[in-house]
Write a protein that binds this ligand. Sequence first.
Ligand SMILES: O=C(O)CCC(=O)C(=O)O
Ligand SMILES: [Fe+2]
Length: 342
Amino acid sequence: MFKEFDQLKQNPKANEGKILKLLIEAVEQVQQNDFKFSNTLLHEYGRGIEVKMLLQSYPDLFWGFWDYLSQYGSGYRNMGDSEIQNTLNKDGVIVLKNFIDAETVKSLRNELEKQTALATEHITDEIKQNYEHHRYYVGPEVDGKSINIGSPYDARVQISYRKEELAPDCIKALFNHERLNHIVGDYTGGLTKPQDVMMEKISPPLMFRDNDWWHIDNLADHFKAQLILNDMDINDGPFKFIKGTHKNFSAKQKARYHKMYALQGIKTQESNHFEDEFTTPELCTEFVANAGDIALFDPKLHHSWRYPYDNGERNNIFIYYIKIPTLKNKILGRIDQYLNFK
Ligand SMILES: O=C(O)CCC(=O)C(=O)O
Ligand SMILES: [Fe+2]
């Protein structure tokens, strides 16, 4: 098999179909071997790197491989609520009203208020100096929480919990929210729990600007939930999204996404912000919600947010599903370590 690959790679353009077939065989081999990559084309030394080079250089090969990998999760299917799944598949996002009860909202909101008050204490002068020109002051990790305080031009305070065992009970419950975990598992085909639960308060920035940061988060199989903790109006900085943009990419979008992949791989990228013309901002939905409502979304959805105005503020919790055991994450994630131009 390596011999055939070594011949085909001499003229990849003429042999994309055959190379794709070899890649698919290699994925099948990896699956049969309990996700051991050794003795396959995807192995780290030599040909693994060459495979990555080919995927970065030949968009049709990349999209052929992408489409193949997209067909498979990890075999998990519960399909508890097919209406939710139909909407998620069609729109890439679903809003569920009153997802959590008033009592739970109250304890989460109390925790957020307590932590935002404490957070500023941890931002030392040294941290401020180091991050003076950045969007965030990256604070220290304190008792299992990491703290980001945005510059006044961004005006976000974020407290992230990445270690469930160190989180307060109301946050622990979100790591273990069965309904949420199953919805995400059904959508992605890979049952998992969140890896990060982040509380956030967004206030009006010191200066307003009118550019929108339409973006996707990355190309991997990830998932996010935004749980709202205050009754909002349009001045409270809603999340915005454009339904259906998570799939069926246009030729222009495919070209851009492939370039993003070539530069940085499938995960959290910096080059993922778009000019308005790239998408359809006129079709956007603004998530002006009430406390307890949640938006669940595939981070390949085109999204952005509004700044809060007139003393508005948004209090919310982001729930991040990052380690989802889908075939795409396992294969493309594994070879991402090679040849990214970071
Ligand atoms: O704050 C928001 O509503 C959106 C932030 C965002 O882009 C994200 O969480 O990926
Ligand atoms: Fe985003």
